[in-house]
Design a protein around this ligand. Structure first.
Ligand code: UD1
Length: 417
């Protein structure tokens, strides 16, 4: 078990670069399966989830090399279309490897994906989408076998704009006969990044970023090199961390339009924000004001920043209301935050936060990836030394968080037992 030891109470100050996006890198790495050729990726963060994806690609038969900040994946000699259960369980997004395997080989065997425990996370929309493309699905003892002779383009309407289902259907239909149209598609920027990557490789995907995506099947793909977009959730996390400490930080390498709702809420809470191309400067008051947030699919407020924002609001002046509309159980971190003196009550999807003047240091657990980041956020402001345990969750999604925070003046140590 690894922990972060954080001595709170230091203002974050200075300049920091955001890493490449986790949620864009994972489907793009999976998409490298499709070409049977060489994919060179820049800006992939060095985190547990990209390492797990790399491992799965290698187990399937890809050659993967990492050098000088780039990852080179050659998918010519894939021998297996079966994703090992042990790896499937490590993260939710292992499921997008299925779409890529089906797209290329018309065959994939996999089990239910694992990932953060933030509520039941079914994959029914992914499987219904595959079926609409003519893919046969058999399930036995938790093992799902997808196969078909032909993938045939179709109109697919998603009951909910699921990010993973949208990506999986795109991946499975890159070589389909005819045209696939996804309606009520997820509009997240990571899907636009996947589209841009696929099109650079020779695919024909249009409409990502809107709720209608059209994929016209192609016959071949080619070698590609691609620069992954910056991580909007990491950017938002760093801004909230700066804000809770009353700090003044310049966050570089951000696509401002990707985190508009977060910027607006930070301003509403009293932070001064300056925007310039791909940079965001934040200057925080001594004490923030309470604000209400509701998580929604993009372009709404991102569920992945709910816990981190709530943590920040736990010391704001007044009462804030948080509504979690995406995941059914994304408040597990609240119990841990209460150990630090936060006053939060939760009923169903609503959390009411009564801002306290100060948090106290404590020994707490990371309950999931973003819940862990929320604990770090609180610990940065709490007087005294806090220990955040189980940070394996945090290491799944944040690259060098301790080093970045140290650069900004925080006192944080990584302890590995
Ligand atoms: C992705 C992100 C995750 C983010 C989430 C929502 C990655 C690797 N992860 O997760 O960080 O929190 O989008 O922005 O990109 N659902 C179903 N059936 C399905 C699929 C989803 O009911 O077949 C439900 C889920 O249980 C959840 C909601 O739809 O309640 C949204 O899930 P989805 O958009 O699919 O999230 P992920 O792709 O898993």
């Amino acid at each position: 078990m690894s922990s972060y030891i954080i001595e709170g109470g230091n203002k974050l100050e200075g300049e920091i670069n955001v890493s490449g996006s986790k949620n864009a890198s994972l489907p793009i790495m999976a998409a490298s399966i499709l070409s049977g050729k060489t994919t060179t990726l820049y800006n992939v963060p060095n985190i547990y989830d990209t390492k797990t994806t790399q491992k799965i690609l290698q187990l399937l038969g890809c050659r993967v090399n990492k050098k000088n900040g780039k990852i080179i994946i050659n998918s010519k000699d894939i021998k297996s279309q079966e994703i090992p259960d042990e790896q499937m369980r490590k993260m939710r997004s292992s499921v997008v490897l299925a779409g890529a395997l089906i797209g290329r080989f018309k065959n994939a065997i996999f089990s239910y994906p694992g990932g953060c425990d933030i509520g039941s996370r079914p994959i029914d929309l992914h499987l219904k989408g595959f079926q609409k493309l003519g893919i046969n699905i058999e399930e036995d003892g938790g093992i799902i076998k997808c196969s078909c002779d032909k993938i045939i383009g179709n109109n697919i309407h998603l009951d909910f704009p699921s990010v993973g289902a949208t990506e999986n259907i795109i991946l499975a239909s890159v070589f389909a006969e005819g045209e696939t149209i996804i309606t009520n598609a997820a509009m997240e920027p990571e899907i636009v990044d996947l589209q841009n990557f696929l099109n650079k490789m020779g695919a024909k995907v249009k409409g990502a970023g809107t709720n209608v995506i059209k994929i016209t099947g192609v016959k071949n793909l080619k070698d590609v090199s691609y620069n992954v977009m910056p991580d909007r959730i990491e950017a938002g996390t760093l801004l909230c961390m700066a804000a809770i400490t009353g700090g003044e930080v310049l966050v570089n390498n951000v696509k401002i339009e990707h985190i508009n709702p977060v910027i607006h809420k930070l301003e509403e809470a009293g932070a001064k924000i300056l925007l310039d191309k791909n940079k965001i400067a934040i200057k925080s008051p001594k004490r923030l004001k309470a604000v209400d947030i509701k998580t929604m699919p993009y372009p709404g407020f991102p569920t992945d920043l709910q816990s981190i924002f709530a943590s920040m609001l736990s010391v704001a002046k007044g009462s804030s209301m948080v509504v979690e509309n995406i995941f059914e159980n994304r408040y597990k971190y609240v119990n841990e935050l209460r150990r630090m003196g936060a006053k939060i009550t939760v009923e169903g999807k609503v959390a009411i936060i009564k801002g306290v003047r100060k948090l106290t240091s404590a020994q707490v657990n990371s309950t999931d990836l973003r819940g862990g980041a929320a604990m770090c956020t609180a610990a940065l402001a709490a007087k005294g030394e806090s220990t955040i345990n189980n940070i394996e969750y945090i290491l799944r999604g944040y690259e060098n968080l301790d080093k970045k925070l140290t650069k900004l003046g925080a006192k944080i140590k990584l302890q590995q037992i």
